[in-house]
Write a protein that binds this ligand. Structure first.
Ligand code: F6R
Length: 261
């Protein structure tokens, strides 16, 4: 795992946007794994800006989102399909048929999850997976005690996650208590992973994920097992990291990062 600490949220977000843009330019038909949430909103704005100003071309890209709430129709303004359309898909030149999220209203949710896994496989797997980390330590909606070999399935959300996300709902008490999510095993199969974590509310959980023991009590700690995972963070979220100075030294001295410094 490689940890890169940028001075603030804007710089961390910009670096992730540049990495994604570089990957899309290198492989226009990139299979991109996407996340939702507060952290990703400025990132998607940045990608939209790069599309408009630098002609970043998404026309051949294929995308798979990590998760969707059970019971919400695609056009519900709190669904993740709606979030993606609003923040990214409707603002870039992606072919909507190439954008995938599990359907939270499928009649047979288990079958829908299996179909989702098959679709990912058919596209050749995820080239670059974008992740955030929740306060419960989740990636996607893999709450504590998710098996590291888990695949796309329905998960019950924890009180920590309900407290984190319910303020985003028109009626906080109406937030679904279950979601469909790629499994930890699905995520770990991505060829590359970029994780963006910002803000002081994530400092404790980031330290556990990056430097703590690998444990299913913190799903994000499974990322330590991935051969090509980068965590990009800001000074506020990095405050609890013991290796802060060491990560900084590596970033400053690694020639591979020259173009990003
Ligand atoms: C959502 C997802 C979640 C979020 C996490 C952080 O698709 O995958 O794991 O990345 O809950 O959310 P924010 O950015 O709102 O703190």
């Amino acid at each position: 795992m490689e940890v890169i600490i940028r001075p603030d949220k804007e710089k961390a977000t910009e670096l992730v946007a540049k990495l994604i843009a570089k990957a899309v330019r290198a492989r226009p038909s990139l299979v991109l794994g996407l996340a939702t949430g507060n952290t990703m909103e400025p990132l998607y704005s940045k990608l939209v800006e790069m599309h408009r100003k630098e002609k970043l071309d998404f026309s051949k890209c294929r995308t798979f989102n990590l998760d969707e709430y059970v019971g919400l129709e695609a056009d519900n303004r709190n669904s993740y399909r709606h979030y993606m359309d609003e923040h990214l898909f409707s603002r870039i030149n992606i072919d909507r048929r190439n954008t995938h999220l599990p359907s939270g209203t499928a009649k047979d949710l288990e079958k829908e999850c299996e179909k989702y896994e098959q679709k990912i496989k058919k596209c050749g797997g995820i080239d670059l997976q974008l992740l955030g980390i929740g306060r419960s330590g989740h990636i996607g909606f893999n709450e504590p005690l998710s098996a590291f070999f888990s695949r796309t399935r329905v998960k019950a959300l924890t009180p920590t996650t309900i407290a984190q996300n319910s303020p985003l709902f028109d009626r906080p008490e109406g937030m679904p208590k279950r979601a469909m999510t790629m499994g930890v095993g699905t995520i770990l199969e991505a060829k590359r992973i970029v994780t963006l974590v910002v803000g002081d509310s994530k400092a404790d959980i980031l330290a556990k994920a990056v430097e703590g023991p690998v444990t299913s009590m913190v799903s994000a700690s499974a990322l330590q097992l991935h051969p090509k995972c980068i965590v990009i963070t800001d000074a506020a979220a990095a405050a609890g990291l013991q290796g802060k100075d060491y990560y900084k030294w590596i970033f400053e001295n690694e020639p591979e990062w020259d173009e990003f410094r």
